[in-house]
Design a protein around this ligand. Structure first.
Ligand SMILES: Nc1nc2c(c(=O)[nH]1)N[C@H]1C(S)=C(S)[C@@H](COP(=O)(O)OP(=O)(O)OC[C@H]3O[C@@H](n4cnc5c(=O)[nH]c(N)nc54)[C@H](O)[C@@H]3O)O[C@H]1N2
Ligand SMILES: Nc1nc2c(c(=O)[nH]1)N[C@H]1C(S)=C(S)[C@@H](COP(=O)(O)OP(=O)(O)OC[C@H]3O[C@@H](n4cnc5c(=O)[nH]c(N)nc54)[C@H](O)[C@@H]3O)O[C@H]1N2
Ligand SMILES: [Mo]
Length: 759
């Protein structure tokens, strides 16, 4: 941190508890919204209120208590903040000056208040009217030789109604270029899982946690990134259900947790041990663990025991023999070496799995962000299929999604590879012919910018340049564009790294009321477990000159497509009309949307594997083989370490709430490298040393980040970790999963080198 006051103090208390309660109070105070923020928290995730803008974990339907967590409170406090970014602010600071400021500083300036246009002559953002802003967008888009020269990004906070209209606008305009945050996140789930079980979504619902006999948590940091998930985990543990956590970092909340909303536990300073088995996996070693567990299952079955669900396998699956052959071909020494844990532990994990008649496997970015992330997800499905863990209570696969509506955006059309049947529906419902070729995912959109073929970038939410890989190249790519548009609540780096012309369009946030001439409107959100619920903001909008995201989409469309077949003006006023069209385009999922959404807790979208129905080409669930034990291209360098870029406890993606990371004991610094003591010693280094990291390259481009402090941390051997987005300059654009397009942000091959900054 700028003041050099970094501290490292190992955190030994349980996660949650009074620390979480104190952090909630502190953030409300920092944003000067104690009264307003506390009142709004009472409406968060409650019927008639709004959905938490933080993560996508579902809330309990039989709500006994408040349904928010420390990090949901941070997200709300930062949204409801009393601070404002005004025209005077932009008059005072040039864009070059703002570029010198940290992401944290930009975030702390508060909410955007009116539309702004970049004035190149003065290097300042200046006020622009909404009409002029839309006219500028319309002019640029209409002037393109080819609609494929525009890139339309979506971040997963966008509600269903807005995302649906955006997908219709962009398709009527004529492209399927839909880079979105999901492309960097759970895309391996969306692309990998359909081949296995016929749908790219999780199959469990919250109620299943009450019936599970074993729960596995692979590569996910629930205590920080989905804290409301701790409640079902604590309850499962209290019932004696074994919980296995697989992670190269022993994340605190996976070990011990105090529920901040459990009054007795709080009063007695009690806590619950979460994991019964902590698997200190080597980064990328999950494939070996999964294959090792399957190998034990096959060995036991061969010895005459009944461990597999043979009936299920015979009736519902294909590909069993090939999977078995692949797994049996792996020898124990290689499995153990690749996983970085001992054979006895792999066996223990398998025994837990064998003993359980209903198992849930949850996973996060530790699984998806590898070069073979999609296939790794398929291996999780294989393990579950072997014991028929689909379509029965307490069992299934549970991707823990990121952004609160990232799953919903995908369901309602944000998809660069849309299916033909869906496109036919769009044509029939709206009366235009949508483009049929696949568009760009996130990495491809950056490649198109670098190549100079992309000309216009529109970002519906998010902070694209900070979230994507290869920061330096991505900044350069963005600066080549003719127009960049940031539709946002807060000022961020993406508004400062811009095209020749640029707009910042400020929006009404999730927690704020939407009033139109037709009265109060609500939006809908689909959570990680496919529940669709209404979200109604309760606060006054941060400024009188904000527009709703829906109106912005409609008016961009009206300015760009004067002969549109779509009645955009009507959707600005009445969101029920949008929901009617969603129901018309997706009858199987959304029939009767208007009536069903009236239920206090909304409704659940059909997940066919819950009924043991498989929407795959062969009508079966498929065992799929990923040969070998590597989920990333091998690197032949004895000095190589695998770098995972992770989130701290005080950030939401590119939004930095503070420089602290309480559960990992880090205070006042984000330029940190978490490293195992033996890996430090092997290199003749010491904890506290300032070093640089270099990517072990694949394309001749030098990538280096300076000024990182080594922390002696119980990482698994050969695995290091540091913070996203500071370390994104190390992640090569080309380093991504070819099936899903997801960058391999959890396994960058790096070496530690002496830091220039240390001299
Ligand atoms: N408060 C808060 N909540 C959030 C977010 C946030 O930034 N802040 N972000 C939201 C978003 S968009 C998302 S996608 C989710 C992300 O939630 P998570 O999936 O929890 O994301 P990360 O912190 O990136 O990393 C997850 C874990 O993967 C582990 N890991 C790294 N490499 C490996 C590996 O090879 N194998 C295994 N098994 N584990 C590995 C890391 O040690 C870390 O504990 O959270 C969402 N919720
Ligand atoms: N190295 C590395 N890179 C990663 C990851 C990683 O683990 N490691 N994780 C990846 C993942 S999982 C994800 S999801 C992406 C995230 O990528 P993004 O979704 O693009 O990034 P965010 O930081 O969530 O976006 C924050 C911005 O969204 C805007 N915003 C907030 N609320 C609203 C709203 O209600 N409406 C609108 N219009 N704007 C709003 C604010 O201006 C804020 O600055 O990053 C990816 N990048
Ligand atoms: Mo994400």
């Amino acid at each position: 941190m700028a003041d050099g006051s970094s501290k490292y103090k190992p955190y030994r208390s349980p996660a949650g508890g009074w620390g979480a309660a104190a952090a909630t109070a502190k953030v409300l105070m920092e944003q000067s919204v104690v009264g307003k923020g506390s009142r709004a928290l009472l409406s968060m995730n409650q019927p008639g209120g709004f959905k938490c803008p933080s993560c996508a974990f579902p809330d309990a339907t039989c709500t006994r208590k408040l349904e928010f967590c420390e990090n949901g409170a941070k997200a709300l406090a930062h949204e409801a903040t009393k601070f404002r970014v005004t025209r005077e602010f932009f008059a005072k600071h040039s864009v070059s000056e703002l570029m010198e400021q940290s992401d944290y500083w930009l975030e702390m300036q508060g909410r955007l208040t009116e539309p702004m246009r970049y004035d190149a002559a003065r290097d300042h953002y200046v006020p622009v009217s909404w009409d002029d802003a839309f006219a500028l967008i319309g002019r640029h888009l209409s002037a393109l030789e080819d609609p494929d020269q525009a890139e339309f990004y979506t971040s997963g906070r966008t509600a269903n109604e807005t995302a649906f209209l955006y997908s219709i606008f962009v398709r009527e305009f004529g492209t399927n270029n839909f880079p979105d945050c999901s492309n960097m996140c759970h895309e391996p789930t969306s692309r990998g899982l359909p081949h296995s079980i016929g749908i790219g979504k999780g199959t469990v619902i919250l109620d299943d946690f009450e019936h599970a006999e074993a729960i596995f948590l692979i590569g996910h940091n629930a205590g920080t990134n989905a804290p409301r998930m701790m409640t079902p985990l604590v309850e499962a543990r209290k019932r004696g259900v074994p919980i296995v956590a697989v992670n190269p970092m022993p994340e605190r909340a996976l070990i011990r947790f105090t529920e901040p909303q459990d009054i007795v536990q709080m009063a007695t300073f009690g806590s619950t041990a979460i994991t019964s088995e902590f698997v200190h996996i080597r980064t990328g070693g999950d494939l070996a663990l999964l294959k090792g567990m399957m190998k034990v299952l096959f060995e036991r079955e061969a010895a005459g025991e009944t461990v597999l669900d043979q009936e299920f396998i015979a009736e519902h699956t294909e590909g069993f023999a090939a999977l078995k052959a692949d797994v049996e071909a792996q020898g124990w020494p290689e499995l153990v070496a690749a996983a970085g844990i001992d054979k006895a532990q792999i066996r223990r994990c398998a025994e837990i799995y064998i003993a359980s008649q209903a198992t849930i496997i949850c996973y996060g970015m530790g699984v998806t962000q590898h070069q073979q992330g999609s296939q790794l997800v398929q291996q999780i499905a294989n393990l579950l299929l072997l014991k028929g863990n689909f379509g029965k209570p307490g069992a299934g696969i549970s991707p823990i999604r990121g952004h609160s509506n990232v799953q919903g955006d995908r369901t309602v059309g944000i998809d660069e590879k849309p299916g033909q049947a869906y496109l036919d529906k769009v044509r029939d419902v709206f009366g235009f012919e949508p483009p049929r070729e696949h568009g760009h995912h996130t990495v491809e959109s950056v490649e198109a910018m670098l190549a100079g073929t992309a000309k216009v970038f529109i970002g519906l939410g998010g902070n694209f340049v900070r979230a994507v890989p290869d920061t330096d190249r991505s900044y350069a790519a963005m600066r080549k564009l003719d127009l960049t548009v940031g539709i946002a609540t807060k000022l961020n780096r993406g508004h400062l790294v811009h095209g020749k012309e640029a707009l910042i369009l400020p929006v009404v946030a999730r927690s704020e009321r939407i009033e139109t001439v037709k009265g109060e409107q609500f939006v809908t959100i689909e959570d990680s477990m496919s529940n669709v619920t209404a979200s109604r903001g309760v606060l006054d909008p941060a400024s009188d000159d904000l527009l709703t995201e829906t109106e912005i989409v409609c008016r961009m469309a009206m300015a760009t497509l004067p002969h549109s077949k779509v009645d955009w003006a009507s959707y600005i006023e009445d969101y029920d009309l949008i929901r009617d069209k969603i129901a018309a385009v997706y009858p199987a999922l959304y029939e009767g949307f208007a009536e069903r959404i009236a239920a206090p807790h909304g409704f659940h979208l059909d997940i066919p594997p819950r009924r043991r129905v498989w929407a795959t080409p062969n009508g079966k669930a498929n065992f799929l083989v990923l040969p070998g034990l590597a989920v990333n291209a091998p690197v032949n360098d004895p000095a190589m370490l695998r770098l995972a870029t992770v989130r701290s406890h005080d950030q939401f993606n590119t939004t930095i709430y503070s420089y602290n990371d309480r559960y990992r004991g880090v205070y006042g610094d984000r330029m940190i490298l978490f490293m195992n003591a033996d890996d430090i010693a092997d290199r003749g280094l010491e904890a506290g040393a300032k070093i640089a990291l270099e990517t072990i390259g694949c394309d001749g481009i030098a990538r280096r980040v300076e000024g990182l402090t080594i922390i002696d941390y119980p990482m698994s051997r050969g695995s290091v970790a540091g913070y996203y987005p500071e370390l994104n300059p190390l992640l090569p654009l080309a380093f991504y999963d070819r099936i899903s397009g997801c960058p391999a942000a959890k396994s960058i091959p790096v070496r530690v080198v002496a830091s220039d900054a240390a001299a």
